[in-house]
Design a protein around this ligand. Sequence first.
Ligand code: MRU
Length: 335
Amino acid sequence: MKLLDQTRLPGEEVYLEIADYRELAKSIKQMNVRGAPAIGVAGGYGVALGTLKIEAASSKELLRKLQVVIKTLKNARPTARNLPRAVERMERVAHEAVTAEKNVDEIKETLVEEAKKIHTEEAEATYNISEFGADLILSGATVLTHCNTGPLATTGYGTALGVIMRAHEQGKEITVLVDETRPLLQGARLTTWEVQKAGIPMTLITDSMAGYFMGRGEVDCVIVGADRIAANGDTANKIGTYTLAVLAKENKVPFYVAAPTTTIDPSLASGEEIPIEERSHDEVTGFRGVRTAPGNCEAANPAFDVTPHRYITAIITERGIIQRPFQRGIARVLG
Ligand code: MRU
């Protein structure tokens, strides 16, 4: 399996050859591959990869040995719903294949096919999100976005960035304000790279400049992705999203969330229940091995925050745009 190493972009385009599910789990943790839909797709392929390597005399033995693969991949990163969801789906399909009395080789083949299906479905979903969301963007708009939500993060068209790119393709004149996204700079390194390739005019800003531009009336809407959305619409996304949402409300700027339904977790009543990943403090005290803070400096590094649903104008999914009240709208799109 080949992965474009996102940690080395935009300087170097290096592909990693992943031969083992443990290597893949490590790549997810290290964020060589990142973004909620992309790690879901990677997780699906990871289970397939793990299964192919298992030596088993019976389908039951295969299933038993598969448990360690499932556990390792599912827990690689805790916040995005897409990863455990894809891994759980692979597990369910493995169980069904055993119940259907498929042999070991057939189960392996079934799981490879299922991983491909997850990939195709996630990619298609992002295209539909982009189509629906583009209707919300008017020609002449300046759109502010945070983190990276384009093809790199989704293996498809993109969520928030997909919406922006689709609106641009439709001929709308759009300018993008790209938040740099401290501490790992997904905005400055990855979103700029993708927006530049798409030929959309953009300006890179530091995260702390967002209020300045909103206060001057220079932002027409904010659009972000999501890692997990609770049943009431509370949304976990890259750290700094909550700050943007509060600023948007204060400045009467619409605040949109774009995400596939695989990111929604209806089992969680509110955002308080969403697990937030705490990452290495070295990511805050330095960058790419160069220390910027003095030695022994205490730091914190929650990778995501939760935006309460009251700050969100609408949630764009592949099944349509969910308007407020979100509880009802979310239940409806999930059928
Ligand atoms: O830590 P990351 O870079 O994986 O965080 C990614 C985000 O927060 C994205 O906004 C989110 O996954 C949506 S990607 C379409």
